[in-house]
Design a protein around this ligand. Structure first.
Ligand SMILES: [Zn+2]
Length: 625
């Protein structure tokens, strides 16, 4: 992978152009290339411990090396520095003392003695159980296992990597394999950029499925905690094959030499969703292929991470494109990077048959309701949730409704749905957001290169599809405070966001997964199954009565706490309005609270508006199968 800026890619000149630019960039920076030898010993993966040995060419004198800090796709300084332990530097068998930079803690310094041309750096990657491994599988993220000469462009650092796996474990990765001998794999030399972008999954229970072999290989690689979990239903396999066809039809070209979905199925190996150019890390629960709810959720995850190969990896905001793993990334265009991906990540599973039209509508209703009820939207414009990604992504759940966390995903989705509907209406159904994707992310087919963009490029391409005040449209929704969510895609798409007592499928699934009750649209409360208040909407009855995150409800209308008792109390307000009496622990104190509410249970759904044409159904019609 080479980071090249190409505004107008041309079909035949591309490879020469990008080699020339790379050559120029290297010369201008005075950097020569360096080849690092990386040997990873993953034989103790079951213990959440991986040993790494690096051989780095050096010259005598001061030498600085760097542990990857800003991780692509995470948009934040999330390199797990705490997990790097046991660091030792030696030269020809003699220990070399090292020091850490007192300000930039990911940087290390040492003094290379005369006559030394290579340093050996060793350390262990130790992780909290469940982070990237279980007893039967592991996700190998190379950025956790290496350091590189500080200040060097990651395209100029070449890495010759090898790994030793636990006995009998199989593996998959986008990295090209040089040699394979029992449990030891040697890879072809690649740039540091490509290495970090090409993680591996490995495990005792493994399965590889070819989803498409033309025009290039598309593979579903599955590592699971049990052999039974690997069972794939024919309809699921068909849906995955359709997903590849639908994505390629949507964009009209691809930007990988082959593509691998690296799927891990484990309840302890950590859920994951991380995009790469030629693969994606998709981590879900062990029973995801047999449990209907988890299977729907997986469709969303696969659609999202796969879309990123085009939107995020190939087309990337210029401010998010950095030359190494030290320079900070700017997140202000994440409502495109993640927002458009979130939208297409739901459209594609619906077009592929992994989702029913009802799954799509329930999901859109859940997103629309959540965004429309974010009280934080009264103080924080959408762009700020993206610009502040360094802390919004890891934001605590308490007061989340008021904080307004990573809304660039969900509100970004609504914004792109609205843009899609505008294009369809303006063109009387002749054009759609698919045409934008064709122009912006499509032809020609390329390998894994980066083509950066700015806000102006988005506006310009939208105008090429359909002339409209796109600058005003985006500025209004992204940069300004708006009391209501952008629901125009739903309403002008022929549907209405309504609330009734029937639980929303997506809300219900999340409640089951995270063991909590989502009462956001009735009394404005999220509460754990044990009664602990997780969040409140400051503008709705629970907060107005005085409840706050961290308190624990122990009694409902004179009865001991149970989720059922609270549900019954809320449902009863439909016919008998009256306060709901709650007894609540707050630390070592206990008090009574009165919730003034009427209206019963409320969950979001989409209801057909027959006065408008049904564009939402048009959007999810298959176009490739
Ligand atoms: Zn994403």
């Amino acid at each position: 992978m080479t980071r090249v800026i190409e505004r107008k890619p041309r079909r035949y000149r591309l490879p020469i152009l990008f080699l020339l630019i790379q050559l120029f960039a290297l010369t201008a920076l005075g950097q020569s290339s360096v080849v690092i030898k990386l040997d990873v010993d993953a034989t103790q993966a079951q213990r959440n411990l991986i040993h790494t040995t690096l051989h780095i060419p050096v010259k005598a004198g001061p030498f600085s090396f760097f542990y990857p800090k800003w991780i692509p796709g995470e948009h934040s300084p999330t390199g797990p520095l705490n997990d790097m332990v046991g660091l030792r530097v030696t030269a020809n068998g003699t220990a070399i003392p090292w020091t850490r930079d007192p300000v930039e803690m990911f940087a290390f310094r040492c003094e290379v003695p005369g006559g030394v041309s290579q340093l050996e750096v060793t350390f262990d990657d130790v992780s909290q159980p469940g982070t990237t491994m279980s007893a039967r599988l592991a996700r190998i993220k190379w950025n956790r296992m290496l350091v590189y000469p500080r200040g060097m462009n990651s395209d100029a650092v070449r890495v010759d990597a090898a790994i030793k796996l636990p006995t009998g474990w199989q593996f998959a990765t986008a990295l090209p394999v040089q040699r394979e001998r029992r449990d030891e794999i040697e890879f072809k030399e690649v740039s540091l950029t490509e290495l970090v972008d090409s993680p591996m999954i490995t495990g005792a229970n493994f399965r590889k499925l070819t989803l498409a072999s033309t025009p290039v290989l598309h593979e579903m690689d599955i590592a699971a905690d049990s052999p039974a979990a690997l069972d794939v239903k024919p309809a699921t396999l068909q849906g995955w094959q359709n997903l590849v066809k639908e994505a390629n039809a949507l964009f009209g070209a691809h930007h990988y030499r082959s593509y691998r979905f690296l799927l891990t199925l484990s309840d302890v190996g950590g859920s994951e969703g991380l995009e790469h150019h030629e693969s994606s890390e998709d981590g879900v629960g062990e029973k995801a292929l047999s449990d209907p709810g988890q299977l729907v959720d997986l469709g969303d995850l696969l659609g999202h991470e796969y879309t990123h190969s085009w939107n995020g990896k190939y087309r990337r905001p210029a401010d998010l494109t950095t030359p190494d793993f030290e320079q900070p990334m700017h997140g202000d265009l994440l409502w495109v990077y993640e927002g458009l991906t979130e939208y297409l990540g739901k459209v594609l599973p619906a077009r592929s048959g992994l989702w029913t039209p009802e799954n799509f509508r329930e999901s859109i209703a859940a997103v629309g309701a959540e965004m429309d009820n974010q009280s934080g939207r009264n103080w924080r414009p959408l762009v700020d949730t993206a610009s502040a990604v360094q802390f919004t992504y890891s934001s605590p759940r308490a007061w989340m409704n008021y904080r307004r966390r990573v809304d660039y995903y969900s509100e970004g989705l609504l914004l792109w749905l609205e843009a899609d509907v505008i294009i369809r209406r303006q063109s009387q159904g002749k054009l759609s957001l698919d045409d934008f994707c064709h122009k912006f992310h499509g032809s020609p087919d390329t390998g894994p290169i980066v083509n950066t963009y700015t806000f102006d490029d988005i506006v310009q391409t939208l105008n090429q599809v359909t002339p409209y005040d796109w600058r005003g449209f985006l500025d209004e929704r992204v940069n300004r405070i708006n009391q209501r969510a952008p629901l125009g895609g739903i309403t002008n798409g022929g549907w209405k966001l309504v609330y009734n007592e029937t639980p929303n499928d997506e809300v219900k699934f999340a409640e089951g997964q995270r063991k909590f009750m989502n009462l956001s649209y009735s009394i404005g409360l999220m509460v754990s199954n044990e009664g602990t208040v997780l969040d409140v909407n400051p503008e709705l009855p629970a907060a107005k009565a005085g409840l706050a995150p961290g308190m624990k409800i122990v009694g409902v209308n004179g009865r001991v706490w149970s989720g059922e008792a609270l549900h019954e109390a809320i449902a009863a307000t439909k016919s008998e309005p009256g306060p709901i009496h709650l007894r609540v622990d707050n630390g070592s104190f206990q008090d009574n609270y009165e919730l003034v509410y009427r209206g019963g249970d409320r969950y979001p759904h989409l209801e057909r508006d027959s006065t408008m044409s049904d564009l939402l159904s048009e959007i999810i019609k298959p176009r490739a199968h």
